[in-house]
Design a protein around this ligand. Sequence first.
Ligand code: MRU
Length: 364
Amino acid sequence: MPVKTIEWVGGQDGVARMIDQTLLPAELKYLDVKDVETMWEAIKTLRIRGAPAIGIAAAFGVYLAVRNTPGDDYAAFKAELDRAADYLGSARPTAVNLFWALRRIQNLAAAHTHEPVPAIQARILDEAKRMIDEDNTVCRAIGEFGLQTLLEQPRRTSTTERPLTVLTHCNAGGLATAQWGTALAPIYLAAERGILIHVYVDETRPLLQGARITAWELQQAGIPVTLITDNMAAAVMAQGRIDAVIVGTDRVAANGDVANKIGTLGVAILAKEFGVPFYVAAPTSSIDMQLESGDLIPIEERKAEEVTEGFGRRTAPVGVAVYNPAFDVTPHRYVTALITENGVLRPPYTEALNRLFTPTTAGM
Ligand code: MRU
């Protein structure tokens, strides 16, 4: 069973305990977060990362900000709530789950304005904890749909004796969610069910989430994993080693365009060239129906040192200009299917996504 990325420890005066992912794979160390400033810093510096995990962390962050506001001063509580939501939302712009979680907490508070402040504070903590349980359910459902999809497609490399071989980019595993992951959820399920599976992992420059985090968590779970550098993906696909690509996402636009870790677009283009299906595991909390297409998704740019000194030593000349976008957008035409907790969506995505978000009238 994958480790828990984040959990609440203690009662209302407890702490949000999370794995400090910047230290992996060298050290498995937990960080106890007690205030909103530390939570903001943890999200900003990728101590906690991955779209669903960031959302959960932000929900706990809001609670940490408001838990000590005076019980008899609603105005002070509300001002702190809104300030914390704006502040946490400023940590990272691309993953829509962050804003989804913050809005959910704000809506919850707004729906209970008639209650005393301490009761609303308690509700916020309960809601943040509930997000962990829901995330586990969502990821397991994505795992079921994802595994079914992987097993249904024609295999290029594998037979019943040879493992089903998938390639993934970045980390959309347990450590990007509460526990099970999105893109890696089908892999964990396959392993649980004794289905032979093998994962090729892109190293994922510049911050090496593939090497440091995905390779680590799969190895911990005893799942066969082969690490490659990003520029090897074309060769392994050309050699026919890959049955399917599966990645996560930070935001899916209403037309099915997908923002994910920088480098995903290249992998998608390669997959099309080599006839390899390209699947995106997308919880509905990562789908942004407000944005018509992917070019409207805000893309985070991070500091130059991640590129010039990413390995702890300088690997580029001092003063060189650097462009460091943390995400790219894969146009929907490269996406074979979006795997959500509510089912597998196939093109045309505008229609499929509209149907997904249209409340059914069945039984009314
Ligand atoms: O910068 P990161 O490490 O937060 O980027 C993470 C990704 O790109 C993941 O693929 C995405 O958030 C999906 S996580 C289920």
